[in-house]
Design a protein around this ligand. Sequence first.
Ligand SMILES: Cc1ncc(COP(=O)(O)O)c(C=O)c1O
Length: 469
Amino acid sequence: MNTFVTGRRLARELGEWRSSAPAYRALAERIRVLLIDGRLASGAKLPAERELSNALELSRTTVAAAYSKLRDDGYLASVRGSGSTLTLPGRERGEHTLHQGLPLDFTKATAPAYPGLGAAFTAAAQEIPRYLTHDGFDMVGLPDLREAIAQSYRDRGLPTSAEQIMVTIGAQHALNLVTRTLYSPGERIMVEQPTYPHALDTFSSVGARLLAFPVRQDGGWDLAEALLQIRRAAPSMAFLMPDFHNPTGMSMTVPEREYLAAAAQREGTVLVVDETTALLDIDRGPMPPLACFNPNVITLGSLGKIAWGGLRVGWIRGPREVLAQLLRNRPSSDLGTPLFEQLVATSLLKDLPLLSDNRSRDLQRGRDTLVRLLAEHLPQWDVKVPDGGLSLWINTETTSSSALALAARNEGLGLVPGPRFGLDGAFERFLRLPFCYADEQLHDGVRILARVSSQVGSDPLRMPLQAVI
Ligand SMILES: Cc1ncc(COP(=O)(O)O)c(C=O)c1O
């Protein structure tokens, strides 16, 4: 099914699209960047020329010329009477096109598998015969795993019973299930700005109207703005990452947690707290989970970052009545979490402190190496050093990260440009750089970045001419 992009939405996504180039070329170029990095889907229908010219307050001739350039370059197919459809010429569709098969892929912030994972798989292989009489459709999770997850919360100071846990196929699945279950058409969802791009995808997929409040590296969570949004727009849900927020790596202070927990409780906004990255502590120390301050919080967790993304085991912690609702809604999308992976997860959770020490050491090495390399090769970038998480969130001040991502791709380096993490084209000058890679890869990546950033500059058009997909 083709999605329709309205003029207003396109205007929002375009963000700061103007450059020193003629307006039609700058507009065409910007639409191409949005298509290539996945913010506009291949197959999406662009608004009619008149609609876009109204939304952008541009002449219709300019929009027509931009569409015509996109058509000439193979990015737009127009059929008289049925509009203009975005298309990636001769390539696979979707955002992955930008970085498929690149020698250095920094588009994912994901760490290598925990070294003890092989042993956990072997232990699970010994145990699985005992489960073969089970029908295999497990919609809530194996009792031992639910108990081990509940124990991990109790160890962090949050009283939790196994009945408050539902095991899922990773945190992304958990977020989808929660959203599809709790969200009703017309409601609003509040997100942090910047935020995790696939959460934005999930919320867009249900047609949610999104509002954002800032998370700033120099000021933390903007509580006043969050409260204003909650009061003014009464979002039914708010999506938060208080521990090693993706992409900034920041953590909420205890007063910030208390404030947001209380405001949401008072105003009837359900907080969905994504803790996928919560155990990625480098040198911060423990913090109470946000759910300590509000009993209605729904917390998402995962072993994806701490053990291995390929395990695909996550969970939801929430009030029992919410879990019952989720359970009723779950069969429409899946029929349970695989048992074998659950056994692996149960065995890994017994060694959680070991997993987290191991990850912490590795992340510290990566973080410190990347910070040192950037200071050496790109000293003009404003690099804030987080005390956990998987990535640096860098304010380049002057460089267009969309242009940088395209130019870097030409040199074999995949990057996600800043605007993927924001609403309405925000963060064009920001770049997320993961540090969860080997030193050698970080060296190669920074060398490429230093080379292309000097060619690119701040103008999305000033990229090497061959930088097309
Ligand atoms: C904040 C956040 N939530 C959820 C996910 C997805 O987790 P999973 O692999 O468990 O589905 C990620 C992975 O990148 C993430 O960073």
